[in-house]
Design a protein around this ligand. Structure first.
Ligand code: HEC
Length: 119
């Protein structure tokens, strides 16, 4: 095999795992979003609403109402703020703690899903 061909072969051999890597990350990201949607629909939607705007079917039972997760305020807080609010709850009467109910992975996924409201 001449040098030129060898080079091409090496490039191709290098590119293939890279493509698989990108594909894997892409699929994993989609999975998180799907998981986040399922977690949200089961646990958050009845208060925060289908679109995250805080107008879920049970929203009127709360004063102040459930946070508008689509707001600029919510979009500008870091993930760690959302995580803290979800894990610890906001207060006993408003939003209870989800730390003992949802797994770490579910909380990570639901934050990702909440972020999708804000784009
Ligand atoms: C029983 C109704 C209810 C459910 C269910 C609920 N929340 Fe809330 N949530 C609230 C209320 C009410 C507030 C507003 C508290 C306030 O403004 O002081 C709130 C606030 C928040 C906040 C904002 C905290 C902040 O910094 O102001 C986030 C983020 C949040 N909820 C996420 C979620 C997620 C994610 C779920 C599902 C795992 C969820 N909530 C489920 C009622 C609910």
């Amino acid at each position: 095999m001449n040098k030129q061909r060898m080079k091409k072969l090496l490039i191709i051999l290098g590119v293939i795992p890279l493509l698989f890597g990108i594909l894997y990350v892409h699929v994993a990201a989609e999975d998180d979003l799907d998981r986040g949607m399922i977690v949200y629909q089961a646990n958050c939607l009845h208060c925060h609403g289908e679109n995250g705007d805080g107008n879920g079917p049970e929203a009127s039972n709360f004063v102040p109402g459930p946070a508008d997760l689509t707001s600029i305020e919510m979009a500008s807080v870091p993930d760690s703020h959302l995580e803290k609010a979800i894990v610890e709850g906001v207060s006993e009467v408003e939003m209870h703690s989800w730390g003992g109910i949802l797994s770490k992975e579910d909380i990570y996924a639901v934050i990702k899903f909440v972020r999708s409201f804000q784009q």
